[in-house]
Design a protein around this ligand. Sequence first.
Ligand SMILES: *[C@@H]1O[C@H](CO)[C@@H](O)[C@H](O)[C@H]1NC(C)=O
Ligand SMILES: *[C@@H]1O[C@H](CO)[C@@H](O)[C@H](O)[C@H]1NC(C)=O
Ligand SMILES: *[C@@H]1O[C@H](CO)[C@@H](O)[C@H](O)[C@H]1NC(C)=O
Ligand SMILES: *[C@@H]1O[C@H](CO)[C@@H](O)[C@H](O)[C@H]1NC(C)=O
Ligand SMILES: *[C@@H]1O[C@H](CO)[C@@H](O)[C@H](O)[C@H]1NC(C)=O
Ligand SMILES: *[C@@H]1O[C@H](CO)[C@@H](O)[C@H](O)[C@H]1NC(C)=O
Ligand SMILES: *[C@@H]1O[C@H](CO)[C@@H](O)[C@H](O)[C@H]1NC(C)=O
Ligand SMILES: *[C@@H]1O[C@H](CO)[C@@H](O)[C@H](O)[C@H]1NC(C)=O
Ligand SMILES: *[C@@H]1O[C@H](CO)[C@@H](O)[C@H](O)[C@H]1NC(C)=O
Ligand SMILES: *[C@@H]1O[C@H](CO)[C@@H](O)[C@H](O)[C@H]1NC(C)=O
Ligand SMILES: *[C@@H]1O[C@H](CO)[C@@H](O)[C@H](O)[C@H]1NC(C)=O
Ligand SMILES: *[C@@H]1O[C@H](CO)[C@@H](O)[C@H](O)[C@H]1NC(C)=O
Length: 402
Amino acid sequence: MRFSTAASLLLAVAPAALAQDLTGLLQALNSTGHSRLVSLATQLASTDVGKSVLSQLSSGSSFVLFAPTDSAFDSAPSNVTSDPTLLADVVAYHIVQGNFTNSDTHYTNVTLGRTLLSDPTYVQLEGNKSQVVAWNDPTVTNTTTAGNITIYTIDNVLSFPEPLSSTIPADNISLTGVETALRSVEVSTFNSTTNQSGTSSLFDVLDTQLHGFTFFAPNSSAVQEATNAISGLQSNTTALQTLFQNHIINGTTVYSPLLSSQNYTSAAGEPLHFILNGTGHYVTSGNVTAQIIQPDVLLPNGVIHVIDRVLVNTESDSGAASSAASSASSAATQSTSATAPIGFSATATLAGPNGSVQSSGSSSHSGNAAPGSMHTMPSVAQVVSVGMAVLGVVAGGAFVLA
Ligand SMILES: *[C@@H]1O[C@H](CO)[C@@H](O)[C@H](O)[C@H]1NC(C)=O
Ligand SMILES: *[C@@H]1O[C@H](CO)[C@@H](O)[C@H](O)[C@H]1NC(C)=O
Ligand SMILES: *[C@@H]1O[C@H](CO)[C@@H](O)[C@H](O)[C@H]1NC(C)=O
Ligand SMILES: *[C@@H]1O[C@H](CO)[C@@H](O)[C@H](O)[C@H]1NC(C)=O
Ligand SMILES: *[C@@H]1O[C@H](CO)[C@@H](O)[C@H](O)[C@H]1NC(C)=O
Ligand SMILES: *[C@@H]1O[C@H](CO)[C@@H](O)[C@H](O)[C@H]1NC(C)=O
Ligand SMILES: *[C@@H]1O[C@H](CO)[C@@H](O)[C@H](O)[C@H]1NC(C)=O
Ligand SMILES: *[C@@H]1O[C@H](CO)[C@@H](O)[C@H](O)[C@H]1NC(C)=O
Ligand SMILES: *[C@@H]1O[C@H](CO)[C@@H](O)[C@H](O)[C@H]1NC(C)=O
Ligand SMILES: *[C@@H]1O[C@H](CO)[C@@H](O)[C@H](O)[C@H]1NC(C)=O
Ligand SMILES: *[C@@H]1O[C@H](CO)[C@@H](O)[C@H](O)[C@H]1NC(C)=O
Ligand SMILES: *[C@@H]1O[C@H](CO)[C@@H](O)[C@H](O)[C@H]1NC(C)=O
């Protein structure tokens, strides 16, 4: 029997106290049809990340475990199950600390929680924060508990968020116009490892260099509409830089549930104001208000919220920009132990009872889509597979700035 073999292997490698608690978890997993996950659990003890995951799970704290079904593992890339190091990171991305079962803590459209995935190969958020996962109620097909661990059955293996350069080539987030624009905007950079200053395109800064940011990314039709305004600035590098810096929060990854309780300062030092009302979620910079049409596109090093208008604002305040960046970097060093949905507070806008919202027509996607990908956000896997299909077709349509 798969379970007994797996469990006894795990008992052989794990300290007795730890094994005690995990037996209940493994049993609960086995009895809800997760025999692949049970057998994969035996491999966890062979890596440091895996050991840490096992010891946290057996600590008595509350966790949510997203448990892919056996068939989800069958359709996952083979390295997920064959490479123990990758497997441990994958499992870490399926575990969120805290008890999320209280229905009061569900947002209208999405719940975001911080996972145990902190491997710097896959996550480069400010303050070495671990990666988040986003989901909504219909994602979870069954719920059970084992001690303080809530097991959510899901029918896909979650994939890690991928960098901007892999996320953009997807027709469903239509950011190719802004990619062209960002690639043409050069900003000065300072590499603290090599102590060298230089220049990079704003695109490269967001793709790999900046650890922790929020980018309000106008979709391609918004960029098209602003062609005149933007091309009028082509000869003024500073103005162009400023305009795009007004779309960025430098040093802080702000997920959508946090975008109504606080205003932020842009990387150009201008205020960004937020409104959440009956028609949606809006961001204002200068005299332009844009609607957030796709929140929480997760990246290894930040987050994108897709908006329907370019925030044409060339005002800046360098003092405000650097003081915002420095408070962001000091805030990032404060340790956080998130054990509730991100952005949850008693005064936030909350959903009705669990499951009362958005339960149909939300997913026409299949495969390795992350839970949060359903309807409100694309999963990385989805983006990549769509991206492969459309790559090479998307270069046209965008204006050229340089
Ligand atoms: C594990 O689940 C299988 C059915 O999927 C069942 O036959 C077996 O008895 C279970 N093992 C334990 C130890 O619960
Ligand atoms: C579950 O959590 C409660 C409260 O944090 C704790 O008292 C209890 O010992 C935990 N249960 C297990 C099985 O660890
Ligand atoms: C695992 O395999 C997939 C698909 O073959 C590939 O895209 C991915 O980069 C691999 N991951 C690692 C960490 O090697
Ligand atoms: C769903 O979970 C319950 C326990 O909460 C379990 O009895 C039931 O068998 C599970 N259903 C499936 C399809 O695994
Ligand atoms: C989560 O908290 C609720 C109370 O809000 C409690 O009833 C439930 O047992 C807890 N679940 C776990 C798995 O700790
Ligand atoms: C700084 O330079 C090092 C060495 O060339 C490089 O590996 C690293 O990626 C650079 N860091 C940034 C943020 O560009
Ligand atoms: C460039 O734009 C900035 C506003 O961002 C403005 O202050 C400056 O005067 C402009 N320079 C020229 C040469 O038009
Ligand atoms: C954000 O800015 C708007 C417009 O200035 C203001 O009405 C609102 O009170 C501010 N919100 C917070 C939380 O400061
Ligand atoms: C919500 O705010 C936006 C932006 O200010 C506004 O255009 C819209 O009419 C408001 N909707 C409602 C229902 O108040
Ligand atoms: C939640 O989803 C519904 C349906 O897709 C949408 O109309 C609404 O604007 C969303 N609410 C927020 C706050 O994003
Ligand atoms: C918005 O502000 C810009 C200056 O930043 C100005 O040129 C433009 O006319 C304003 N638009 C409206 C509709 O007020
Ligand atoms: C973010 O802030 C740091 C520190 O002030 C600065 O060096 C960097 O250029 C800023 N990045 C952007 C994209 O504005």
